[in-house]
Design a protein around this ligand. Structure first.
Ligand SMILES: [Zn+2]
Length: 682
């Protein structure tokens, strides 16, 4: 038994975890000791005989739990990016223990009494701006967790939270159950219209299910969406679409309808305990949007133009469908299929023609170069530093003066043991409470790795390349952070602001300045032809009516559900029917997520009354990027400098104040409407 690395000084360059020494059995004792240490630290704060001061209460709280934080970050990153049965077992064991630990601190009456006392005297404490905000936000977080309630009410809050955690887990498992149970088994003759990559995926899915020689379509988005887009078998598209939209609705053990009713009732009760009429009012009170009215205004501003654009799209789809002999109304299982054909006809775009120009390494270079132009950063490969998997590349980040900024780990490939999707995370946050601590960032993607033995580079789709830039934008938010306190660092901002730095950075992927330089053919090295680039950029607003209706309808039903003052009387089926009728949701489009499988809302609480946040941030990113195009230089140095201030500020200032300081005015929605092709319909 070697020494547990979590109990030793790492002594590694820039504090990178010693991945080669960390083994699963090191985590449980490190978690246990980390929690014990923090409980002792909190007890010492509470036991202090002196009247509470900012340093011995708020700053002491910021210093607490360092070991736990270090263990937790290494663990959660490895469990997401490179997991195994041993880590998964530890996750099941420690998730409830860690939740209980957090609740114990959040509802500690002695700790809250000190914070509340400081808060009451905050005007006389001579605090700096970041300290004042830290105190106010800390206080608010305790209050929103239930610190002001009576002991009975606190007990009820705890019981509700516990029950909600169980219901959220069951909800997600039911969706997974329906996705696992259903499969569409096909023969060669049923594959009409499917391109090579979709056939190969269906064959692979069949092989995994021991159905050699056959083909299987599943309800995973990566399986069913290509099928609905390319299959010319309308009968099969219908079967697949009906199964997809029925997830979570089947009567029996995996029915999510009763869970929705109970979750909504408990959320309503929790909101009322905390003094709010509805859960949406509670949730939005601590957001940029602030009120349900503000969210509704934004969604409705997009809703009618989106429906109007979708009507135009439907007409084009119907013309093509008629020409191809369809004499019935367009159905939801037809939209993707005919939209792809119209796209091909109108823009002459073919994935196979585009991909060779998007080499992964070139797109990474484009992202780094953009960060150099805008923020003065440089990236140097550090193959000498340890990583947790051979595919992970480690980069050292420096500023224009050559000073070390942080480390950036890039983990781009799909593999077993890695969760799907794309995300940005951290092994260490920037802070400067007791001297400078530099950040260690990791970006995860799930690109299919090329056959590296053959020496072929990995090629990306246009969407993949945008995802790469999106996560890198989050990464820059962490890297550029310049704050004093850990809990204000980098991405620790409100949920409806956190997508701004990532979404605005996406814009630079497709600027002609970058495409001309970095979109080069992987074999010939030639730059992307101007005509192809033109067709690519022209097609960007194609089918945006559909996409906007599909997204916005789901954001609206989220809002309507959570602002219902009597959620305990909810009948989910009737609610959905009435919602679709009231808002006039086009029947050929429907909801991106129906309530019975809306995991953002019910498989966890994070996005409940919060699904609007993507669109909220898009108002800012579209309006913010327009400042660069208006200036006539997408790398305008003065604008870059002001944008950098947003990335650097973390949660030390109000997000709207930060935005105004960058833009010189409040955000306007016009750029978003243009970006989605909705402006001309008004
Ligand atoms: Zn994001």
């Amino acid at each position: 038994m070697t020494e547990n690395p979590f109990f030793a000084d790492w002594g590694t360059p820039f504090g990178i975890p010693p991945f080669d020494q960390i083994r699963p059995e090191h985590f449980p004792p490190a978690f246990d000791r980390g929690m014990e240490e923090q409980i002792a630290e909190i007890a010492a704060i509470v036991a202090s005989p002196a009247p509470p001061g900012f340093a011995d209460t708020i700053e002491a709280l910021e210093r607490s739990g360092r070991l736990l934080d270090r263990v937790n970050r290494v663990f959660s990153n490895l469990d997401s990016s490179d997991t195994n049965p041993a880590l998964e077992a530890i996750a099941r064991d420690y998730a409830p223990k860690l939740a209980q630990h957090q609740m114990r601190i959040a509802l500690d009456p002695g700790l809250f009494a000190r914070i509340d006392d400081l808060y009451a005297r905050r005007g006389n404490l001579e605090l700096a701006e970041d300290q004042m905000r830290l105190l106010e936000r800390r206080h608010l977080r305790f209050v929103r967790a239930g610190a002001l309630l009576s002991p009975d009410q606190k007990a009820r809050m705890g019981a509700i939270s516990e029950r909600l955690a169980t219901l959220h887990t069951l909800f997600g498992q039911n969706v997974l159950h329906d996705e696992r149970e259903w499969r569409l088994v096909l023969d060669e003759a049923d594959l009409e219209g499917l391109p090579g990559f979709a056939r190969a995926a269906a064959a692979q899915a069949a092989a995994e299910r021991e159905l050699p020689g056959r083909y299987v379509v599943t309800l995973a988005r990566s399986s069913i969406e290509p099928f609905l887009t390319f299959s010319s078998r309308r009968d099969l598209r219908r079967i697949a679409h009906e199964a997809w939209t029925a997830r979570g609705t089947h009567p029996g053990d995996a029915d999510n309808t009763p869970l929705i009713r109970e979750i909504m009732a408990l959320r309503g009760e929790q909101a009322r305990l905390l003094g709010y009429d509805t859960f949406a009012a509670y949730r939005l009170d601590d957001s940029m949007a602030k009120t349900t009215d503000a969210v509704e205004r934004l969604l409705l501003e997009v809703w009618d133009p989106a429906k109007q654009k979708a009507r135009g799209e439907r007409a084009a789809l119907e013309r093509l469908a008629r020409a191809e002999g369809l004499n019935e109304p367009l159905e939801p299982w037809d939209w993707r299929y005919y939209a792809e054909k119209v796209r091909h006809a109108q823009y002459d775009l073919d994935e196979a023609e585009v991909k060779p120009y998007f080499v992964l390494d070139n797109m990474v270079a484009a992202a780094f170069d953009t960060a150099g132009h805008l923020f003065g950063l440089t990236f140097t490969a550090r193959g000498d530093l340890p990583a947790y998997h051979p595919d992970v590349r480690v980069w050292e980040v420096r500023d224009q003066a050559g000073a070390h900024v942080g480390l950036f780990l890039h983990d781009n490939f799909a593999r077993p043991g890695k969760h799907s999707g794309a995300w940005s995370s951290r092994f260490r946050d920037q802070q400067d409470l007791d001297g400078p601590v530099t950040p260690i960032v990791v970006n995860n993607n799930n690109f299919s790795k090329s056959d590296s033995a053959g020496g072929e580079p990995t090629l990306l789709s246009f969407d993949d390349a945008e995802t790469l830039f999106h996560e890198f934008g989050h990464g820059l938010h962490t890297l550029l952070s310049r704050v004093r306190y850990p809990s204000q660092s980098g991405t620790a901002v409100r949920r409806d602001f956190v997508e701004f730095p990532s979404q605005i950075f996406e814009h630079w992927m497709s600027v002609p300045e970058n495409l001309r330089k970095y979109a080069r053919h992987y074999q010939t090295g030639e730059g992307i032809p101007e005509t192809l680039m033109g067709r690519l950029l022209a097609a960007r607003t194609f089918n945006e009516g559909f996409a906007t209706v599909e997204y916005t309808a789901s954001a609206l039903i989220d809002l309507e559900l959570h602002r219902d003052p009597h959620p305990e009387r909810l009948d989910p089926d009737r609610f959905e029917r009435e919602f679709l009728a009231t808002y006039g949701v086009p029947r050929e489009i429907g909801l991106r997520h129906r309530p019975a499988h809306f995991q953002h809302l019910f498989a966890g609480g994070g996005y409940a009354a919060g699904y609007y946040a993507y669109l909220w941030a898009e108002v800012l990113d579209a309006d913010g990027f327009a400042a660069f195009t208006d200036a006539g230089d997408v790398f305008d140095p003065a604008l870059g400098e002001r944008l950098k201030d947003i990335y650097s500020a973390g949660d030390t200032r109000d997000p709207m104040e930060l935005y105004r300081a960058f833009r010189g005015r409040d955000p306007e929605i016009a750029a978003l409407l243009r970006q989605r092709g909705l402006a001309e319909t008004q």
